[in-house]
Design a protein around this ligand. Structure first.
Ligand SMILES: NC(=O)c1ccc[n+]([C@@H]2O[C@H](COP(=O)([O-])OP(=O)(O)OC[C@H]3O[C@@H](n4cnc5c(N)ncnc54)[C@H](OP(=O)(O)O)[C@@H]3O)[C@@H](O)[C@H]2O)c1
Length: 419
């Protein structure tokens, strides 16, 4: 991977601190690279340590250069996913060391090619997966994780595309084998993956989609989902009232007691896929109680019961498939199919809102508050909306200890640009 690891980040931050008097003010938005001595540098979001929103800051870091097999991308937009909240909290298996630059996907323009890179040219418009480090003005990532962006796809759409649509496509078509006439249950139906699932279901004839979402989203998403329920409703009863036999596919990103509920809703030969654990996020910082509760509530499945009931149970993790299990080739094939669907105008990323890098805390707060419909995008060239009095968003220094306030909601009076 590119030489932008922790050591280099720390070194660079020390350099910046030494040169602090000469530095341009942070948070100017609008981007552009700067020089610090001989080193070219860039703006990036840095997570100083695991915890609340106050662990995030925008800082200047040394710009990475592409290694053999990598592309250097001048980033235009980055995807903000639910998993980024879990990373911030340290609510994931084997969390990496901090400080780190978060983010797993971005779009932008190819600025340089590492040795042995083929199939791309400088100036290409691309979208890419990155194994962390996406929330920066410049990113380097191996060529196997980079895809060309269709001509009429905007950079924000492109940053909203890979994670949500590849996840949705692989679950529906590679794992669960969605076919004509089937039914699907999806939670968080108004979110990034939820909307991608709903759109992909509409590409297959006569598919019934059952969805749960916060009620205020129902009006906005009602055309994409056949039957919508409030997220707090007894959805097992509601589904059974409409379809006594249940559903063919359950996509569960919540975990906890939803696992047992999902399995109970499966028709014979139906497939349950666990692909997230949103229930573990109950406040701004990691809650060991929610973690333990969610783990404890998961139905312990006996394979003999699955055999008797003709049920399939599966798990799906795109990041593991990409970065740990070497399936980039398989995923490239999926991206090709998705781009074809986009070009045929059958799918289109739903972008909730655009945020400057400096507004990352407010953007994350919007997800904590369940306010998003579709995907949040960090727009690298966006100028932050001026702060209201008493707002202290640009506060923390990397490594500085600050008190975390679980569920601290007294955030942020900025108004994002809503599409
Ligand atoms: N396994 C994979 O490869 C993979 C890939 C991508 C995403 N995922 C998972 O898929 C799920 C959706 O991801 P996404 O990035 O598209 O996010 P998203 O659905 O846009 O996430 C935000 C929405 O999730 C719902 N939600 C559920 N529990 C929540 C909680 N504890 N706190 C705040 N909101 C909560 C809220 O909608 P409502 O209030 O309307 O329910 C909220 O608006 C996440 O669990 C994520 O980890 C998995």
């Amino acid at each position: 991977m590119a030489k932008e690891g922790v050591e280099k980040a720390e070194e660079t931050e020390q350099m910046i601190e030494k040169e602090a008097g000469k530095e341009p003010a942070e948070g100017g938005g609008g981007g552009g690279s700067h020089r610090l001595g001989d080193a070219q540098e860039m703006r990036a979001v840095v997570l100083a340590g695991f915890g609340g929103l106050n662990k995030l800051r925008v800082t200047r870091k040394a710009m990475p250069e592409p290694q053999d097999g990598e592309l250097k991308i001048r980033v235009k937009a980055c995807g903000l996913n639910f998993i980024d909240l879990m990373v911030r909290q340290g609510n994931i298996d084997n969390p990496p060391k901090t400080p780190l630059v978060p983010g797993f996907e971005c779009s932008g323009i190819v600025e340089a090619l590492g040795d042995s890179v083929k199939g791309f040219e400088i100036g290409d418009r691309v979208m890419a997966f990155v194994n962390y480090n996406a929330w920066a003005e410049v990113v380097c990532t191996p060529v196997e994780f980079v895809y060309k962006v269709p001509e009429d796809m905007s950079f924000s759409e492109a940053a909203a595309f890979p994670m949500n649509f590849v996840t949705a496509y692989m679950m529906l078509f590679e794992v669960a084998n969605l076919r004509e006439g089937m039914s699907v249950l999806i939670h968080s139906a108004g979110g990034g993956v939820g909307q991608a699932v709903a759109q992909l279901c509409s590409t297959v004839p006569n598919v019934t989609v059952f969805g749960t979402a916060s009620t205020f989203k129902h009006e906005a998403i009602k055309d994409s989902v056949t039957h919508l329920f409030d997220r707090n409703a007894d959805y097992v009863q509601e589904v059974k009232r409409i379809s006594a036999e249940g559903v063919d596919i359950v996509l569960d990103c919540l975990c906890g007691d939803n696992t047992g509920k999902g399995l109970s809703l499966l028709k014979p030969l139906g497939t349950y896929i666990l692909y997230g654990s949103s229930n573990m996020v109950t406040g701004e910082t990691k809650s060991f109680f929610s973690f333990a509760k969610s783990w404890w509530q998961v139905e312990k499945v006996n394979p003999i019961k699955l055999y008797e009931e003709n049920k399939v149970i599966a798990g799906f993790s795109l990041l593991n498939l990409l970065f740990k299990q070497g399936r980039a080739g398989l995923i490239r094939g999926v991206v090709d199919k998705l781009i074809a669907l986009y070009n045929q105008k059958k799918i289109k990323p739903v972008v909730d809102s655009l945020w400057a890098l400096e507004e990352v805390k407010e953007a994350m707060q919007r997800i904590h508050d369940r306010g998003n419909i579709g995907k949040l995008i960090l727009d690298v060239e966006k100028t932050p909306t001026p702060l209201m009095a008493n707002d202290s968003t640009e506060t923390s220094e990397a490594g500085e200890e600050e008190e975390d306030h679980e569920g601290d909601g007294e955030n942020k009076e900025r108004m994002p640009f809503i599409q």
